[in-house]
Design a binder for this molecule. Structure first.
Ligand code: KG4
Ligand code: ZN
Length: 337
């Protein structure tokens, strides 16, 4: 089976061709980062218009790179939600129109299921069941995963998502959007133990997250301290360490609570080097394994949507012609395979 995957939920147009025997045949990504940088964040209307401009040329390129004719495709998967409604509608209308024209099924994929399954694009793949920490720009969740579509959300962010906290703190430090990766780069020059920021909600039970208090503490620190490069790097280090520490404590708690040994991290923040190495160290001590996607599949991409879509298509789950985008869509309402 071969599928076209389309991702347009936010500010990245991601297209991929995936074959269940031959693997990933091609993937294309167009990032709108430059377009939104002047505004310090994603402007939804500009995002939708840019997806319209880029989506068809990228699909053509992905098909050519994969040496694939439309007749060789068995389905089209597109991100149905959650995300920005205008951006979602671009992928949904193009994806469903192509499926209709090519007379193949269309599969509406949950964006967070895409992130969650992204580590499966490479070997070794994690075995079910496992605990997944999903940390992106829009969501932070701890999920118990017993199989594809068998999700129990154990905890969520009550305010900002982890990536959002990175981006907002970076913005306060004068870094460009999206600041997460830049703050991480700045932190590489930072020193441990100079500043300490709070680890929110780690002193009480539960698996929910909150990052707004940490953000405020970081804002105060930035205001109080000078603007020297070393000071900025030390603050970035302290912030990153506080987020990583908080996430690691919650992962450990989730593993203990579920009695599971395997951990998956996915979503944009799973690209963070400090988070990866911290969790690797922790899992070694706990005699478990941590899995994360290769770097380019941590942030939004078409390959993860193709993968999730292919699994559902193989299980016979695709949709009738009538459809609607879902700007809000709880992960634990998905059908189990
Ligand atoms: O998954 P993603 O591409 O989009 C959403 O679904 O939201 O995640 C993007 C988020 C942004 O907030 C970005 O700053 C963050 O992931 N991010 C990082 C790193 N790379 C991306 N945060 C910290 N360290 C990184 N290396
Ligand atoms: Zn995402």
């Amino acid at each position: 089976m071969r599928i076209l995957g389309i991702e347009t939920s936010c500010d990245e147009t991601g297209i991929a061709i995936l074959d269940d025997n031959e693997g990933l045949l091609s993937h294309e990504l167009y990032s709108q980062v430059k377009l939104h940088a002047d505004y310090g964040g994603v402007v939804p209307e500009l995002a939708s218009r840019d997806h319209v401009r880029k989506i068809v040329p990228l699909i053509k390129k992905a098909l050519a790179d994969a040496n694939t004719e439309a007749e060789q495709l068995d389905g089209v998967a597109y991100t149905q939600g959650p995300g920005l409604i205008g951006a979602l509608l671009v992928g949904a209308s193009v994806g469903r129109s192509l499926a209709y024209a090519w007379d193949v099924p269309a599969v509406g994929v949950h964006h967070m299921e895409g992130h969650l399954l992204a580590p499966m694009l490479d070997d070794p793949k994690p075995d079910f069941p496992f605990v997944a920490l999903l940390v992106s720009g829009g969501h932070s969740m701890m999920v118990r995963v017993d199989g594809i579509g068998q999700y129990e959300v154990l905890g969520e962010s009550v305010d900002d998502a982890a990536g959002e906290a990175f981006d907002k703190t970076a913005k306060m430090m004068g870094l460009d959007y999206p600041g997460g990766p830049m703050l991480a780069r700045l932190a590489e020059k930072g020193r441990a133990g100079i500043y300490t920021l709070p680890r929110p909600m780690t002193d009480r039970p539960g698996l929910d997250f909150s990052f707004s208090g940490l953000k405020t503490a970081a804002a105060n620190l930035i205001r109080e301290q000078d603007n020297e490069e070393q000071t900025r790097a030390d603050i970035a280090y302290a912030f990153q360490e506080a987020v990583v520490d908080t996430l690691a404590i919650k992962c450990k708690r989730a593993l203990k609570y579920t009695g599971l040994k395997n951990l998956v991290i996915a979503g944009g923040v799973s690209a963070n080097t400090m988070l990866r190495s911290r969790l690797e160290e922790m899992m070694k001590k706990l005699n478990g394994e941590v899995y994360y996607p290769r770097l380019e599949f941590c942030t939004d991409n078409g390959a993860m949507i193709a993968y999730a879509g292919l699994q559902r298509l193989k299980a016979g789950q695709y949709e009738p012609l009538v459809s609607k985008a879902k700007p809000r869509w709880p992960l634990d309402s998905l059908l189990a395979l």
